[in-house]
Design a protein around this ligand. Structure first.
Ligand code: NAD
Length: 257
């Protein structure tokens, strides 16, 4: 059964890792995907994966499209929503914010620039996308599901990531508050808190550190982007129709540091 047959899904950070896996999963559920990334070529590659040669089973029917945008820039996000609406003649009913970055350094040495960059993309970016998407839905009287990718680090912290942890904790609070404000408009807002997932973001982490991390994950291994995408698909669909304001951990059980 295709749970998202008539949905238009906007996915940010769709050019890599979790965002790409989410795009593939939502398309498999029947959604039409607007794949957005800072990196235009990466977004196009995702769309090619959805509808390209040899992937007919991935995209039943929909005509997907790629968009370039910087989620940390208000003007860029405004243009993105305008372009998506112009392209599909309706606002996206599913919005998944996966765009995110890390700039790791211990607190004692963290630069103001590293702090500002991570907050701008990971927190302000989610504010801008959530606000613009909600405005588009409310003004057209449509219901929707907004899913923001936070991190377990936003709840428990992580060495070298004061900026990242603060941004991800902010996403949880932002999403819970948006859920309270938007419930009456039929818009659900939930956050997903992945643990350690195998993507280009974690490929940057030295193997020695990864081995240590794996040692403290109760399920004994890192997650795949598809593990996160499965939960996003559930939150996007009516199977989660009475769930809003939730923050769902996808961690193989929270590590006990
Ligand atoms: P990734 O680096 O593979 O993908 C991130 C994507 O975001 C990239 O394609 C990048 O181009 C895009 N992006 C970066 N800045 C952007 C901007 N300003 N505007 C638009 N797009 C931008 O990372 P990932 O591991 O797939 O992470 C996806 C999300 O999941 C992030 O928010 C990340 O913080 C979160 N997360 C990841 C993990 C993990 O272990 N990989 C764990 C918890 C949370």
């Amino acid at each position: 059964q295709l749970r998202l047959r008539s949905a238009l899904a906007l996915v940010t950070g769709a050019g890599s890792g979790i965002g790409r896996a989410v795009s593939v999963r939502l398309a498999r559920e029947g959604a039409t995907v607007a794949a957005c990334d800072l990196d235009r070529a990466a977004a196009c590659e995702t769309v090619w994966l959805l509808g390209g040669q040899g992937s007919e089973e991935v995209a039943p029917g929909g005509t997907h499209a790629a968009f370039q945008a910087d989620v940390s820039e208000a003007g860029s996000v405004r243009r993105l929503l305008e372009q998506v609406q112009a392209c599909f003649s309706r606002p996206p009913s599913v919005v998944v914010s996966c765009a995110g970055i890390t700039r790791d350094e211990v607190l004692l040495r963290m630069s103001e620039d590293d702090w500002d960059k991570v907050i701008a993309v990971n927190l302000k970016g989610i504010f801008l996308v959530t606000q613009a998407a909600a405005q588009a839905l409310v003004s057209s009287g449509c219901h929707g599901s907004i899913i923001n990718i936070s991190s377990i680090v936003g709840k428990v912290g992580n060495m070298g990531q004061t900026n990242y942890a603060a941004s991800k904790a902010g996403v949880i609070g932002l999403t819970q508050t948006a859920a309270r404000e938007l419930g009456r408009h039929g818009i659900r807002c939930n956050s997903v808190l992945p643990g350690f997932i195998t993507t280009p973001m974690t490929q940057k982490v030295p193997q020695k550190v990864l081995d240590k991390v794996i040692g403290i994950i109760p399920m004994g291994h890192m997650g795949d982007p598809e593990d996160v995408a499965d939960v996003v698909a559930f939150l996007a669909s009516e199977d989660s129709g009475y769930i809003t304001g939730a923050s769902v951990e996808v961690t193989g059980m929270r590590p006990s540091w």
